[in-house]
Design a binder for this molecule. Structure first.
Ligand code: C2E
Ligand code: MG
Ligand code: MG
Length: 601
């Protein structure tokens, strides 16, 4: 039977404790079990550092069995990574306080050093003198490894293994502070691939990834060991040069452009010519914050791209002014679009033999309430750059098709309206769909619409542009190559692409009477058109002599101030040379193919 509860609670607790107290034997057994089972390594040494006992975890971590290590000195485990002073301090503290804890590098039996979190305690003997030391330690190498991995992931780009934007920013901040303090110059060299998008779009993302990896390697090998290279994002790479000069940065840029101009061969066997453009900004001259320096290198890169790619440009403060103007223009232009300030004028297209108007070209103008009429050359480049051109281009298509349909129903003998298409607009995946929509909304047949595309846009084609061309052909839309002769046409492609008209660029027409080379080019284009069964139209005819020379050379169609300037839509029905449909049919006969040449495909 239980004893009655005593009023003396102390006594009661005491008796409970007595019940839990373990026998000396049990304690020894338990300590031994803990010693053997724990995951931490335990070493017991004498005062002089001679090892007297180790547990199985110690053997698992270090590779030394108990038999191998007992009797040896603790020095056997030293990695050599810490100097004497470290150990002296450690033992001083142990003898003073009986305790030390810290990180230490030890050595495994195979010679590998590893980090450990070590706690040393002294075990006092009965006389108050420490007899044994017990070292308990945990192997930190796995934790360290994941710490390192985490750091790598946070600061490096997974694909190329290069430092990422975050690490670049940290390094640039340091470099900037140093350059200011030491009165030195540093440079940010901003590298951007010229044709990466084309590779990605035509060969797929894995080809794009492989190209980026090859580019990263080639860049790294083209730099000195101390130069810092990072992937900024997409196909953009940044080289950070310290203690440098504008000249050295320029020569690094030229060298990298050369290297990236060489072809890359992918594992699929595809050979790729990527090319690169580079923008350079110097610090602290061009900026005192990393954001500013990077932004200015980007502005310089933009200049390099506009200058025709595969080249480099230094930043100059004019560029910022330029960029600000661009930005302001972009927002004004967005407003202009929503406030209907954009208008189309139409310039007649005529048959040279009888000056009959058979069609018109739609040309955009910006009717700004305060600045008056602004020509397209002043705002389209910005729209192209910001992407607003797609919305503007769609508006032009809608407007021109609707207007053309109205003229058709008035019975005007206009067989086509020509609409200029920008490169970016043409490459937009929805382009063919927006042409189809514009025709449908206006109720206009596709054959009455001719799209003018520049040579460069047409030649720089890939699978998407070919699909677009096919979709346009299916709509019955005509295709003209604008400013022909100024780009880099491949005649072989010209034969394959579904082109209907070549427009001889104004520059050749202007000089036709004075410059034999221009005359020869115009004649060659006319001949080419005849061979391929294409119409040829000469742009910018201003004088009777130009008109006569073109007629004599066999050119059937033209356009220019000699016949008419671009006019507002309501002036079109009254144009001299434009007849009503019943009086004459449109003059868009195909030029008969040249008998000496093969028929077009
Ligand atoms: P373009 O397509 O080559 O258009 C012909 C340009 O030459 C027009 O300039 C026209 O006014 C001008 N022109 C025509 N005949 C003569 C002449 O006898 N002498 C001279 N000196 N010039 C003549 P505009 O209207 O300033 O357009 C310039 C360029 O802007 C166009 O060149 C075209 O590339 C682009 N553009 C115009 N409207 C649009 C549009 O709606 N969308 C797109 N994407 N581009 C457009
Ligand atoms: Mg044009
Ligand atoms: Mg033109």
């Amino acid at each position: 039977m239980d004893k009655p509860i005593s009023t003396n609670s102390v006594k009661h607790r005491q008796s409970a404790h007595d019940k839990l107290e373990l026998s000396a034997d049990t304690m020894v057994n338990l300590a031994s079990a803990v010693f053997n089972a724990t995951q931490e390594s335990i070493v017991v040494t004498e005062r002089n550092g001679t090892i007297v006992a180790v547990n199985p975890a110690f053997s698992a971590i270090t590779g030394f069995s108990a038999a191998e290590i007992v009797g040896k000195s603790m020095r056997t485990l030293q990695s050599g990574r810490q100097g004497r002073a470290f150990y002296r301090e450690m033992w001083d503290q142990v003898s003073r306080s009986g305790y030390w804890q810290g990180e230490i590098w030890n050595r495994r039996k195979n010679g590998e050093a590893y980090p450990a979190l070590l706690t040393i305690s002294s075990v006092p003997s009965g006389l108050g003198q420490p007899t044994y030391y017990v070292g308990i330690s945990a192997d930190l190498s796995r934790i360290k490894r994941s710490e390192l991995k985490l750091d790598r992931l946070a600061h490096h780009d997974e694909l190329t293994g290069l430092p990422n934007r975050r690490l670049l920013k940290a390094r640039l901040d340091q470099a900037l502070a140093r350059a200011v303090r030491e009165g030195e110059t540093g440079a940010v060299v901003f590298v951007d691939l010229d044709r990466f998008k084309l590779v990605n779009d035509s060969l797929g993302h894995s080809a794009g990834d492989e190209l980026l990896t090859l580019v990263a390697k080639r860049l790294r090998n083209g730099l000195r060991a101390g130069d810092f290279l990072a992937r900024f994002g997409g196909d953009e790479f940044i080289v950070l040069l310290e203690q440098t000069s504008g000249e050295r940065a320029a020569s690094v840029a030229a060298h990298l452009i050369n290297r990236l101009g060489e072809p890359f061969v992918l594992s699929t066997g595809d050979e790729i010519f990527s090319g690169a453009s580079v923008g350079i900004s110097l610090f602290p001259r061009d900026g005192t914050s990393s954001e500013e320096v990077l932004q200015h290198a980007d502005a310089a890169l933009y200049q390099a791209k506009s200058a025709g790619r595969s080249t480099y440009r230094h930043y100059s403060s004019d560029l910022t002014r330029h960029a600000n103007i661009r930005l302001a223009l972009d927002s004004q232009l967005r407003r202009a679009l929503s406030r209907n300030e954009l208008v189309l004028n139409y310039q007649p297209l005529v048959t040279l033999a009888d000056r009959r108007v058979f069609g018109v070209e739609a040309l955009i103008r910006w009717n700004d309430p305060s600045r008056g009429v602004i020509p397209p050359a002043e705002f389209l480049p910005v729209a192209e750059e910001t992407g607003l051109i797609v919305a503007i281009g769609n508006w032009v298509l809608d407007e021109a098709c609707t207007q053309m349909q109205a003229w058709q129903s008035q019975g005007l003998a206009l067989s086509r309206v020509a609409v200029n298409i920008s490169a970016r607009q043409f490459r937009h995946p929805e382009f063919a769909a927006s042409v189809a929509r514009a025709l449908r909304r206006a109720g206009l047949a596709g054959e009455h619409l001719e799209l003018e595309i520049t040579e460069g846009t047409l030649m720089d084609h890939d699978a998407t542009t070919l699909a677009t061309l096919e979709a346009l052909k299916a709509l019955g839309v005509r295709l003209a190559v604008d400013d022909f002769g100024t780009g880099y046409s491949s005649l072989a492609y010209l034969k394959k692409l579904p082109v209907d008209t070549l427009k001889i660029d104004r520059s050749f027409v202007t000089d036709i009477g004075t410059d034999p080379a221009s005359a020869a080019i115009a004649t060659a284009i006319i001949g080419l058109g005849r061979c391929l069964g294409l119409e040829v139209l000469a742009e910018g005819i201003q004088s009777e002599s130009q008109h006569a020379a073109l007629l004599a050379g066999g050119c059937a169609l033209g356009q220019g101030h000699l016949f008419a300037r671009p006019v507002a839509p309501d002036a079109v029905p009254g144009l001299p040379g434009l007849r009503r449909r019943r009086a004459a049919q449109g003059g868009t006969r195909r030029v008969p193919a040249c008998e000496a040449c093969p028929a077009p495909e």
